[in-house]
Write a protein that binds this ligand. Sequence first.
Ligand code: NAD
Length: 338
Amino acid sequence: MSAPDPVRCAVIGTKTIAGQHLPVLQTLPEAEVAALCDIDAEALGETSRRFGIERTFTSVEDLQTWGEFDAVYVLVSVLAVAEVSERFIRAGIPTFLEKPPGLYSSDTERLAEAARETGTTAMVGFNRRFYTCLQAGREALLDTGDVVSVTVHADEDAGDKWFGEKFPPEVSMRWAYANSIHALDLLRYLGGEVAKVTSVVRKRRLPKPDSFSALLEYESGAVGRAIADHFGPKGSSHWYEARTASAVLTSQARSSPGDRLSSCTLERHGREPVRFGLTGLDRRLKPGFPGESRAFLRAVQTGEPVSFPAPTLDDAVRTMKMIDEITGAEEWAPKPAS
Ligand SMILES: NC(=O)c1ccc[n+]([C@@H]2O[C@H](COP(=O)([O-])OP(=O)(O)OC[C@H]3O[C@@H](n4cnc5c(N)ncnc54)[C@H](O)[C@@H]3O)[C@@H](O)[C@H]2O)c1
């Protein structure tokens, strides 16, 4: 049987993270980059030259009118993701959305509804679920029994986001959704559905709540602990620990260099620890990006829905509602009235 035709992808948003997605799309045989689109002509021109992609558009309207693509990658600034994605989802065009799909759960719910109504394939870029080390470590952990506890730290020094220039205050305010969502989503990836959250929220360094400590009760009876301290000089420090009754899976130690999610270790009584590192394309491309794109492109090629661990919009809504409970942000940073 011959291989299916590559999916012709239009990439919208061509700056920072596009520079990590494009090498993946140009490596995978399942993809072909048909066009680039960005409202910033300079960023567009630079990326077009760097990756040798000739067809470019400075508006999504013009891109959509051209229409010679099978799917879109929406990699635009945080506040633009929902609006740009909704246009393509409503038009029935398979859509990959960078996180967060919406900055507010209600926006993500609207997108999920649009995908359901139109039957459009849509997938959210929670790429940590696709780290090859975590996938292998999770499988090995589950071989030892049911998960009984999950601890996730989504600590980061969010001061530079709050006081810097790249992010508008609305995004800095909801940094837990804009970025810590990567780690917090692992609470559900590792532990399953959450039934109840009890949280303590404090304001320490930033002029807004910046310290979140929550106890989770999973539907399975397992417990979770979510910690996100968004201050301190340590920089980004996302890590996890998940236990069954006889084993524990822990992400890389702080003393090792680099991203603490880039390896994990399974320990069991009376056995040598087993370490899982990044494998395959994760070793030379942005970890998790090859796996998530393969899952999305396969769904587009086959017409089958994306399936676990690929995050659907409904799945993203559940993660965001869990974060609503952890942060209480609907109280102190609700969606501005438009
Ligand atoms: N998965 C990850 O690890 C990861 C890491 C960083 C960023 N992200 C996400 O990727 C997205 C982009 O982040 P970034 O750091 O690349 O941002 P960026 O600001 O560097 O680039 C965004 C680009 O989108 C363009 N843009 C904005 N509105 C547009 C519109 N309506 N139509 C077309 N182009 C538009 C901007 O001109 C800009 O060039 C965000 O949602 C962010 O949360 C994900």
